[in-house]
Design a protein around this ligand. Structure first.
Ligand code: SF4
Length: 466
């Protein structure tokens, strides 16, 4: 068996030594590298090139819904706090305009096999607004056959009634991601996100009965008032729901960047050793319950497609983390949404007023982006191989990219010697292999190949690697 799929080794002393901030590599290059000279014309050109390269390459639509009813104090997302439901009426109109502009640019063979509604809070949209949006998307894009579609939605369990969930299933959603974060009442009060475990259990049951095939749960460790005992109870409660996938994110306390986080008292945060213990204990609980560690902060049941894709070597990373749809072009719709078309990334205006103004004037809301050069593509491939499959076959890589690996990456390999000495990696003539000790430090390994970090890019915008 590939040692990169073995049970990860948790060594608190080693992890503490590699304490650093760094990208999550949901894209490479990362968003801070996107440039303002990439606009609507560049996006149109990227789509035309992608149509010509592969006329049947599938599409994945990402729709960003920015509204939330109240602020969670840990949040670092791009969101708008409001209780005014009418704001979503207008927003759906802008999404319709953007979709109507984008959809005809794709060739007739480009079918939508995946939709992901993220936020903010996608279930801020009421059922009429959701129906209008989904029918519009179905009318303008060509959807893949029902049995081959993966339509996912992020749900805030505080605001989802049973009937709402059933109607989502009728609209074609078959995957749900529940933002639980923590069930402990003290923690929930400290982060301003109060909801009952019992209700979330019920929601999972309703979703399963309604036909949702896959349930994902998000948890966060490192939150204020969390203790190893309280978090152990939360994880046990979640395991009892048997979600298919689970993400265990580390809280990134950056109060100078995210205003809401100033409401969190630093004294209430677990210290670095406690934080590591929270992660380590939760990981052991999940492994003992039969979950498979995919990488970074993702776990899945053994029969899940993520596990299968990793074993088969088809797993990729995209803006949602690990994905089985990495071969798709991603079409981002909505404020701040990011697209990945062919060899480009582009991002819409991050400010809602700017996004609205662009669409109101009949302009595209694309604010910035990047055309990847050959070096970016080579490094993206290295990072993907190491983060998804835990190994890189140099000879195969050389024939894909026409380089001599050891020459091209001489500096990077020298930098990785220290990681090799710490047994995070095993390297020989043919292979770079992530070891069980290295599995929890994948971001640190990938950072060795990030040209922009080596050129002194600011790290303050990134979270801790673990
Ligand atoms: S965590 Fe989610 S629900 Fe809470 S404020 Fe952020 S985006 Fe909104």
């Amino acid at each position: 068996m590939n040692p990169a799929f073995a049970v990860p080794e948790f060594d608190a002393e080693l992890i503490a030594r590699y304490d650093a901030s760094g990208p999550r590599y949901t894209s490479y290059p990362t968003a801070p590298q996107f440039r303002g000279d990439f606009g609507a014309a560049s996006l149109r050109h990227a789509i035309a090139t992608s149509n010509a390269d592969d006329p049947s390459r599938p599409l994945s639509l990402y729709v960003h819904v920015p509204f939330c009813r109240s602020p969670c104090f840990y949040c670092g997302c791009n969101r708008v706090i409001t209780r005014d439901q009418h704001r979503a009426d207008q927003y759906v109109v802008w999404l319709q305009r953007e979709a109507a502009w984008m959809a005809p640019l794709f060739g007739p063979g480009r079918r939508v096999s995946q939709i992901h509604l993220g936020g903010g809070t996608p279930n801020f949209l009421d059922l009429d607004q959701m129906r209008t949006l989904m029918e519009w998307l179905a009318r303008h894009f060509r959807f893949e056959r029902e049995e081959r579609r993966e339509f996912a939605i992020e749900i805030d369990p505080r605001h989802a009634e049973d009937d709402y969930v059933r109607e989502l299933a009728k609209l074609g959603f078959n995957r749900m991601s529940l933002g639980i974060q923590d069930f402990d009442p003290q923690v929930q009060l400290a982060v301003n996100r109060v909801h009952a475990a019992k209700r979330t259990h019920e929601l999972v049951q309703v979703a399963r009965c309604a036909g949702f095939e896959s349930i994902n749960v998000d948890l966060i460790y490192g939150l204020p008032k969390q203790t190893p005992e309280s978090f152990e109870r939360t994880v046990a409660e979640v395991i009892g729901m048997r979600p298919d996938r689970l993400a265990l994110y580390g809280y990134a306390h950056l109060p100078t960047v995210f205003k809401a986080q100033r409401r969190i008292a630093t004294a209430d945060l677990p210290d670095p050793a406690e934080r590591l213990a929270l992660f380590g204990n939760a990981m052991q609980q999940l492994l003992a319950a039969g979950y498979v560690f995919i990488g970074m902060d993702h776990f899945a049941l053994p029969g899940d497609e993520l596990v299968r894709a990793q074993r088969e070597g088809t797993l990729q990373r995209n803006f949602q983390g690990y994905s089985t749809h990495g071969h798709c072009d991603i079409v981002g719709l909505g404020v701040s949404a990011i697209s990945r078309i062919g060899n480009t990334y582009s991002q819409n205006e991050r400010d809602l007023a700017m996004y609205d103004a662009a669409l109101d004037s009949g302009l595209s809301p694309v604010a910035k982006g990047l055309v990847l050069d050959s070096d970016d593509l080579i490094r993206r491939d290295v990072i993907n191989e190491l983060m998804c499959h835990g190994r890189l076959d140099k000879r195969g890589f050389e024939s894909r990219h026409g380089i001599t690996f050891d020459e091209y990456f001489a500096d990077e390999l020298a930098r990785m010697d220290a990681l090799g000495r710490d047994e995070l990696l095993a390297m020989d003539e043919q292979l770079i292999q992530v070891t069980p000790r290295g599995r929890l430090l994948l971001r640190n390994i990938a950072m060795c190949f990030d040209k922009y970090l080596q050129h002194g890019m600011q790290m303050t915008c990134y979270s801790k690697t673990i």
